[in-house]
Design a protein around this ligand. Structure first.
Ligand code: SF4
Ligand code: SF4
Length: 81
């Protein structure tokens, strides 16, 4: 059995979380998806909400800053603050 990189870096808490009560992706918003330079965020079409699909964040912050409803929260690791 080999361990894939995905498993090595898997964390239960993604650094970027979306407040689904605030997210208006179901009304057509894709701002956070569009601004992420790494394409880490996506819209869950079944829920109509954004979510983090890949956990490789650079903590560059436009997703949090540009979200029109303040639904995006980037949890910057202590060592990077
Ligand atoms: S920018 Fe905010 S409201 Fe728009 S899809 Fe992303 S989380 Fe939802
Ligand atoms: S902080 Fe930057 S890299 Fe991380 S999810 Fe937001 S836009 Fe993408």
């Amino acid at each position: 059995m080999s361990t894939t990189p995905h498993e090595i870096f898997h964390r239960s808490n993604a650094p970027v979380t979306i407040d689904e009560d605030k997210c208006i992706a179901d009304k057509g918003c894709t701002v956070c998806v569009d601004v992420c330079p790494l394409d880490l965020l996506a819209i869950d079409m079944s829920k109509g909400k954004a979510y983090m699909q890949f956990d490789e964040c650079w903590y560059c912050m436009p997703c949090e800053q540009d979200c029109p409803t303040g639904a995006v929260k980037v949890d910057i690791p202590y060592l990077l603050r």
